[in-house]
Design a protein around this ligand. Structure first.
Ligand SMILES: [Ca+2]
Ligand SMILES: [Ca+2]
Ligand SMILES: [Ca+2]
Ligand SMILES: [Ca+2]
Length: 519
């Protein structure tokens, strides 16, 4: 129930109060995500015309989803999991199609061809739809023929048309390479036998150009991620690192590299899997029982150092020590609260929603974490009739869409599943009941003038962490959108739909009032 004092403190809500004083708190819960398996989605017309083999979408291998809902990862052209049948896929939601991107030599892994090239993979894509990955260029095994690829659907036919697949240059001194990440500043992370480099790429009218200079991130690295500021997280040896170019010289100075602390002196292992545009980093730390403990690090004081209370001053961040910068999952955190099992956090979006997998002796479960609701298993947030178990969540975008690995019970066949938040289906439908109305307005008012965790869809449709005029206008601007709960079946007359009345007038009148306090 909203409180009069909260709304009044906004200075502009007194009219709203009168109109809504009898409203009750909304009912929440039920399904939060629409789940769709993309395992065998349709091919684009172009691929069909070219007789290209379709791809089955098995585990996307830390694949990626962008803010258009496009996906990339690795598909299987043969259905029997042979290495030479794997090719990058490009899922485009505008036609719900999955394209076989082939490799840089134009080999699309036709199972009837006995000399098809080795495995190629899609690794990442940015919001413009640039796909990066690795292309094997010969039928041989091994990595010596690996080359970095860049694909862009220039003609918007959802498929790899002639001229759209590009081979990128290798790193300085390198004989092989793979493109692992791309950001919205057109930077690409390329790994090879001389290290992990950050490269600036331009793609104009189908032509790629690359400056010769690249920034060496690390001589050895795996599983890197990169945000739009060019900050890079990566694993090297048994430790996780973050490079932030604090002096902006495109050079990884020693003082710019943060190491994720180990949790224990006897089991020295920490990993990182992702970094978002707020600079938050996710991964795992390992404790003295060799359990992987997922974490989110937020560098609150901006010194690029993981700060914690090292009570015994031994340089290890042990389970009984605390930090206001590091959130750790289970054991010492009020999430699932298990005392066994391992938690891997694989990705985090820009509003701090993180996804990953919880693994123990009884199996694997995909989870989502958000600051409002904590850590929850995704199986519990979808329709109970969905036939697959959700085993691992690999990627999340800023719309809250999640790429998940699913598997039917008693099988070993991994399948790519896309989860889309139901609440986001209609802008302003905060409680996810498919209709924008009084209950949604009440959620905004109930949190009026409050700072809430960024991205908490329950009370902040604008996603900036503060509930105010923008959020009110989002609800009012979509008023009456959708189907009111309890409506008669189609064809029958609709009952009375509540109108916001004077609230609408107030909202319209306040659209120009954008200044907002922040906490
Ligand atoms: Ca195309
Ligand atoms: Ca620097
Ligand atoms: Ca710090
Ligand atoms: Ca310690």
């Amino acid at each position: 129930m909203w409180e009069t004092s909260k709304v009044s403190s906004a200075g502009a809500g007194s009219v709203v109060l009168v109109a809504l004083s009898v409203l009750s708190a909304p009912a929440l819960g039920g399904n939060e995500y629409d789940a769709v398996t993309l395992f065998m989605s349709a091919q684009p017309a172009f691929d069909i015309a070219q007789n290209r083999p379709g791809l089955e979408l098995r585990r996307p291998a830390i694949g990626a989803i962008n803010n258009q809902g496009q996906l990339t990862g690795t598909g299987d052209a043969g259905g029997n999991q042979l290495a030479q049948d794997t090719r990058p896929f490009f899922y485009d939601p505008s036609e719900a199609t999955t394209a076989n991107l082939g490799d840089v030599t134009g080999d699309f892994a036709d199972p009837a061809n006995n000399s098809r090239n080795g495995p190629s993979n899609g690794m990442d894509l940015n919001d413009a739809g640039w796909v990066v990955g690795v292309s094997s260029t010969t039928p041989g095994t091994g990595t010596t023929d690996d080359r970095p690829l860049l694909f862009f659907d220039q003609d918007a036919n959802h498929a790899n048309s002639p001229g759209e697949m590009h081979e990128l240059n290798l790193n300085p001194g390198a004989t092989l390479g793979k493109a692992l990440r791309v950001n919205n500043a057109n930077q690409v992370l390329i790994d090879g036998d001389t290290g992990l480099y950050r490269a600036d790429i331009s793609l104009t009218a189908g032509v790629v150009s690359e400056p010769s200079a690249r920034s060496l991130v690390s001589a050895t690295a795996s599983f890197p991620d990169m945000n739009d500021s060019g900050e890079v997280s990566y694993i090297s040896g048994n430790a996780g690192f973050v490079w932030r170019d604090l002096d902006g010289d495109d050079f990884a100075d020693a003082n710019e590299i943060a190491q994720i602390p180990f949790m224990d002196a006897t089991i020295t292992n920490s990993t990182v899997f992702g970094i978002n545009n707020a600079g938050q980093v996710v991964g795992t730390m390992r404790n003295s029982q060799a359990r992987d403990i997922g974490f989110i690090w937020t560098d609150i004081d901006g010194d690029n150092i993981v700060d914690w209370d090292d009570n015994n001053a031994n340089g290890f961040f042990e389970a009984n020590e605390t930090s206001n910068e590091v959130l750790r999952f289970h054991g010492d955190h009020g999430g699932i609260g298990s005392t066994a099992g391992n938690t891997f956090v694989f990705d985090i979006n820009d509003s701090g929603m993180a996804v990953g997998g919880y693994f123990d002796s009884s199996g694997r479960r995909a989870f989502v974490y958000d600051p409002l609701s904590g850590m929850r298993f995704l199986d519990d947030l979808i329709d109970v009739s969905f036939p697959l178990d959700l085993r691992e969540a690999d990627a999340i975008n800023n719309l809250g869409q999640i790429a998940v690995v699913g598997r039917a019970p008693s099988t070993i066949l991994d399948q790519l599943v896309l989860l889309t938040p139901l609440a986001a289906a209609i802008n302003g439908d905060l409680d996810g009941d498919g209709f924008v109305g009084i209950s949604d307005l009440n959620i905004v008012l109930g949190n009026w003038n409050q700072n809430v965790p960024p991205g908490g869809v329950l009370a902040d449709p604008s996603g900036d962490g503060f509930v105010g005029i923008d959020d009110l206008n989002t609800v009012l601007g979509n008023w009456n959108t959708g189907v009111p709960p309890g409506s008669p079946p189609p064809g029958e007359a609709l009952g009375n739909v509540p109108e916001p009345g004077s609230v609408v007038l107030l909202g319209v009148g306040l659209i120009g009032l954008r200044r907002r306090p922040r906490g």
